[in-house]
Design a protein around this ligand. Structure first.
Ligand SMILES: [Zn+2]
Length: 340
């Protein structure tokens, strides 16, 4: 088989996303303008039962700050951000509470935003990643669940336990730490990982040093991602990274007819991509493909998908790369370059 699917979109080596739990309006003071400046999309996790209201949850460090309302969340979506459900109440979710915390919260959020919600994000700690919660997430058609486990996500991983890197000034005792803007990046480069940072609402100083970073630390992190990542990092909203992950895992490539290779004189290669069992709520449906071709085909390469000419680039000798929308049954054709 000469056609393969890249681990991540555009053939990028690793992926970077960042999430802001609680979706506080004060994100507009530092975080949102910083994201605009660097062109990186962010993601907010909404406590749906207090959308638009002043936070009043137990003894939360963020009580007194205001949660964004529907209009403000729609504004973030228009800027390329994404939105997840951070439960209805931010309490420990007992089995009898899942309909409200997972089901009703999703409905209300979708109604307010006019957008499907595909992420659940565990409030508090991993207690809310309990089996009955994750089972409810699957039943209510979520596509992923975010935990508070500090680790990378790999191209083959399960999506109902997504790891997030805590972007906090320092960690709770007894695991004291210092802020590290390079956290998990080297490993992401090596293992083709997907980093999802999380914090809350970076301000002049961290509101709570074990739960947040300062705006200066956030800037340091985003600059480090860009300087370490260069052209190899894909900065993507979690919805798009997750969609790509699912597309890659569901796609099945079939060779159609006879294919031109080094030892075959056919003048084209023809493939069909099937997507059996792709969940229907997957919002973004593209794949990045690499195809091995004879050297002569790399001069002004000719690649099309469903009859549409694609812009192919030569990434290595004899290897072309394209990114294209893919549906169940998409046909990809690679042809010998024309000679003048
Ligand atoms: Zn929270």
């Amino acid at each position: 088989m000469n056609l393969s699917i890249c681990p991540w979109k555009y053939g990028k080596r690793w992926v970077y996303s960042i999430t802001y739990d609680e979706a506080l309006a004060d994100l507009h003071r530092f975080a949102v303008p910083m994201h605009e400046e660097y062109g990186i999309p962010g993601h907010v996790e909404v406590v749906v039962g207090q959308m638009g209201e002043i936070r009043n949850i137990g003894n939360s460090s963020f009580n007194g700050y205001r949660h964004m309302n529907g209009t403000e969340l729609r504004d973030l979506i228009a800027r390329g951000w994404g939105v997840g459900n951070h439960s209805w109440s931010h309490e420990v979710i007992a089995p009898e509470m899942v309909d409200r915390e997972i089901g009703r919260a999703k409905e209300v959020l979708e109604e307010a935003l006019g957008e499907p919600i595909i992420f659940y994000c565990s409030p508090g700690d991993n207690t809310n990643m309990a089996e009955h919660v994750l089972e409810a997430c699957r039943r209510h058609n979520y596509l992923g669940a975010m935990s508070l486990t500090d680790a990378l996500n790999l191209p083959g991983d399960e999506l109902f336990w997504i790891n997030r890197t805590a972007l906090h000034d320092h960690y709770y005792p007894p695991f004291y730490s210092a802020y590290d803007p390079y956290r998990n990046i080297r490993q992401a480069q090596e293992m083709q990982g997907w980093i999802i940072d999380y914090c809350h609402c970076p301000l002049e100083t961290a509101v709570h040093p074990n739960k947040d970073c300062s705006e200066a630390q956030l800037r340091q992190r985003l600059e480090t991602v860009l300087s370490e990542g260069g052209d190899a990092v894909w900065c993507a909203v979690p919805e798009e990274a997750l969609s790509y992950h699912l597309m890659r895992r569901h796609a099945q490539i079939e060779v159609v007819g006879r294919n031109g290779t080094h030892d075959d004189d056919a003048n084209d290669q023809h493939y069909r991509i099937a997507l059996p069992d792709l969940p229907e709520q997957v919002p973004y449906r593209s794949l990045t493909l690499e195809v091995s071709v004879p050297a002569a085909w790399c001069r002004d390469p000719r690649v099309s998908a469903d009859g549409q000419e694609l812009a192919a680039e030569v990434v290595r000798p004899g290897v072309l790369r394209v990114t294209t929308p893919v549906r169940d049954g998409t046909e990809v054709e690679v042809r010998e370059s024309p000679r003048s």
